[in-house]
Design a protein around this ligand. Structure first.
Ligand code: ADP
Length: 332
């Protein structure tokens, strides 16, 4: 068994109940930087301290999808740590370099296509705007439809470019984001979009600010607000809330709209995923809004929670940790 395991392409390391190395195979030398038999009985969590792998070992059982190898920054690993009886542990690590390269090719492709589409679309849109429907009354409805569709395509391209940028970004600018004016401007946007068809309430109970990227947070929150307006029939209510919690603070948008069937909730943040494509298209959606929200929140170490009941409404909550909160500056 040991001879066979030694030849595995994946790294395999066995730890005793005190977390000391009992044995490792050859791939563990290349992927984890271990040496056998030199490292026999070494305490692995201490050896890897400060790395993502060290955190995983401290946590006990678990798995991480994409971490940097502790011995080579160019190698990316998928790692699992499994209990195997008597407190012993097996560490398995797989080189996922080819997957991350494929992912990079996909990202570059989307970014390049979106970028290349931008200029021709701007030209088409510009010429369409120049034509006066009164000069060609017979074509007026066609012209109006062409304008709407070219605007929609432009918005899809802009959203794809925003997503590409967010995906490639590892860090965000850490700037103070004043929440009171941001909430006020979200309320204004909601009212403009709703055109008096809904009751809009802004509830600022947190009285604290955020640390992060003002543009990206504004775009994420504004996507949630625009969804709430678009998926809530006239006469409904939308509450934009900001409140403190024991673990930080939550920004939420609650509507009394159509609601979302439970089986769709897990997939809502996928690109172009829609519960009903016709409804989404009719309301002018690109299908990319919630993907943008998820990426922006990820960059702020925040989570998106979705709670929804059919015909009762939905609540989208962005949960921020205390590290992202700032006390409100009394002088504004
Ligand atoms: P879209 O541009 O299609 O609105 P999003 O990514 O913003 O794309 O949302 C994805 C899908 O989630 C929408 O097509 C819609 O079906 C559903 N959805 C989002 N927000 C709401 C909401 N507040 N109420 C009901 N359904 C929603």
């Amino acid at each position: 068994m040991r001879t066979a395991a030694a030849a595995f392409p994946d790294a395999l390391a066995l730890l005793d109940s005190a977390g000391r190395l009992r044995w490792c195979n050859r791939a563990a030398e290349r992927l984890l930087g271990l040496r056998w038999p030199r490292d026999r009985a070494v305490a692995l969590a201490d050896r890897m301290a400060g790395s993502a792998l060290g955190d995983l070992l401290h946590a006990g059982d678990g798995a991480t999808d994409d971490i940097v190898s502790p011995c080579d920054a160019g190698i990316r690993l998928s790692v699992s740590s499994l209990a195997i009886g008597d407190g012993q542990r097996m560490l398995l690590a797989r080189d996922i370099g080819h997957l991350t390269r494929l992912e990079q090719v996909r990202r570059d492709f989307v970014a390049n296509v979106s970028h290349e589409l931008r200029t021709p679309l701007t030209v088409i849109h510009g010429y369409l705007e120049l034509i006066d429907p009164e000069d060609v009354p017979a074509l007026a409805p066609v012209l109006a439809e062409m304008r709407t569709q070219s605007r929609r395509m432009g918005q899809i391209v802009e959203d794809l470019l925003t997503l590409s940028r967010l995906e490639m970004q590892r860090h965000i600018d850490e700037e103070p984001v004043a929440m009171a004016p941001l909430l006020a401007s979200l309320g204004k946007e909601a009212r403009a979009l709703s055109q008096d068809r809904h009751r809009i309430v802004v509830d600022d109970g947190a009285h604290c600010d955020l640390l992060g990227s003002p543009q990206d947070l504004h775009s994420a929150f504004s996507n949630l607000v625009s969804n709430a307006v678009r998926y809530t029939p006239a006469g409904g209510q939308i509450v934009i809330g900001w409140r403190r919690t024991p673990a930080g603070a939550e920004f939420s948008v609650a509507d009394s709209g159509h609601g979302i069937p439970a089986e769709h909730l897990a997939r809502l943040t996928e690109r172009f995923y829609r519960v009903s494509s016709s409804r989404s298209r009719d309301t002018g959606g690109t299908g990319l809004g919630l993907s943008i929200v998820k990426h922006v929140l990820g960059l702020h170490q925040a989570q998106l929670l979705i709670d929804s009941r059919i015909d009762r409404g939905s609540t989208f909550t962005c949960r921020f940790g205390t590290a992202r909160l700032l006390a409100v500056d009394a002088e504004g």
